[in-house]
Design a protein around this ligand. Structure first.
Ligand SMILES: Nc1ncnc2c1ncn2[C@@H]1O[C@H](COP(=O)(O)OP(=O)(O)OP(=O)(O)O)[C@@H](O)[C@H]1O
Ligand SMILES: [Mg+2]
Length: 361
């Protein structure tokens, strides 16, 4: 039986068994499979995983932003006592941009070339808050200043093509924040930018999040970004969450062989080519057309065994109930197996790791 929103009153957003499938010529593709998680006020949740793991489709379907008639979405997305998956399009439009805002990877997709930056922000305010034209213009200047755009009184009249990529992404963030949403959904908002601008935008999002007290759900390929910004992380593989928990726990004592692979493939700070052997995950992720009775990672996993023909459930660690993973390997074996994979990315505190790995959850 699905939880009622009342049982999750501390959560801002409660996602239960979100499942997305699409009918294609080749058959049904299962894109998001039984994804459940909660977001509390002030959370910065990072969703990581390889290309095609279902990160974008999870994010987009929280707000029913996909309009493909071949798509079937099931589950529940509880927000403020309402299930977003069952709301009318009219009510959803009030929530989109007003209470839940979205930032995409390419800022240009959010901006119409023939309108000024100020118009875009003012439009958000007028749509959701019935603000006068003059007040909206002044607020647009304030917001552009807040996101670090120089000479905001001048830039407010600029067209999108007159701004650099980084400036455009800042303008989109200003638009998203215009109505002070309680949740910000961001799909790789820094991927198209250079490294310095990426760091600045990430920093800005963290500052704004703490100032406005909103929650952020952030999709990225980059585990470094998660380490820097997120307090919670969800690792996705083939449409499922395979590991989730507080970022520091997941990064210090990762439990799932797929997470070990992801962490093993990033260079450690200060490492040189002589001292480090980076590990990549062999093989490629399965097509969403594949139906799995068992673990979807089994084909690529160095530790596959008989039990993996069954789908492993997400199970929490005994002493860390917020940290869970979906793998049949005995908990007591994890530390030594992880050490074999994580040649270059050792856990932060090996003593702590040893303590935590004792005993099955
Ligand atoms: N409308 C659609 N029809 C068929 N397949 C789709 C459709 N939309 C998405 N998919 C497939 O669903 C899977 C998950 O897509 P999604 O965009 O969520 O991946 P992602 O994790 O965001 O990847 P990336 O990191 O490359 O952005 C992919 O295999 C994609 O090809
Ligand atoms: Mg994506």
């Amino acid at each position: 039986m699905p939880n009622s929103p009342e049982t999750n009153c501390d959560a801002l957003l409660t996602v239960e068994a979100l499942t997305v499938s699409v009918r294609t010529r080749e058959g049904t593709a299962n894109i998001v499979r039984d994804v459940s998680f909660t977001v509390a006020p002030g959370d910065f949740v990072g969703i990581v995983g390889e290309s095609g793991s279902g990160k974008t489709m999870t994010l987009m379907n929280l707000l029913r932003l996909t309009h493909d008639p071949n798509l079937t979405v099931s589950g529940h997305v509880w927000f403020g006592g309402e299930d977003l998956l069952t709301l009318s399009e009219k009510r959803l439009q009030e929530i989109r941009g007003g209470q839940i805002a979205v930032i995409f990877q390419d800022a240009m997709t959010a901006l119409t070339p023939v309108y000024t930056v100020g118009w875009h922000i003012a439009e958000q305010l007028r749509a959701h808050q019935n603000t006068s034209q003059k007040a909206a213009h002044s607020r647009a200047i304030e917001l552009l200043k807040e996101v670090g755009i120089p000479a905001p009184e001048v830039r407010v009249n600029a067209y999108p093509h007159e701004l650099s990529g980084g400036m455009r992404q800042r303008a989109v963030i200003a638009m998203a924040l215009a109505c002070e949403p309680s949740i910000l959904l961001a799909d790789e908002p820094t991927t198209a930018l250079d490294v310095t601008t990426q760091a600045q935008i990430l920093d800005l999002m963290q500052q704004l999040q703490s100032r406005h007290g909103s929650a952020v759900i952030f999709v990225t390929h980059d585990v470094g970004v998660v380490a820097q910004a997120a307090n919670k992380v969800m690792v996705m593989y083939s449409g499922r969450i395979v590991e989730q928990g507080p970022t520091q726990d997941v990064l210090a004592t990762p439990q799932h062989p797929y997470t070990w692979g992801l962490l093993g493939s990033i260079p450690k700070r200060g490492a040189t080519r002589r001292t480090v052997r980076l590990v990549s995950i062999p093989g490629v992720p399965p097509s969403p057309l594949t139906t799995h009775d068992g673990c979807a990672f089994a084909d690529r996993c160095a530790f596959v065994h008989e039990r993996c023909v069954e789908q492993p459930p997400l199970v929490a660690l005994a002493k860390h109930p917020d940290h869970s993973d979906a793998c049949w390997l005995p908990r007591s074996d994890r530390e030594s197996l992880r050490a074999r994979v994580l040649v270059s990315a050792q856990p932060a505190d090996p003593n702590d790791t040893a303590k935590r790995d004792q005993g099955p959850a």
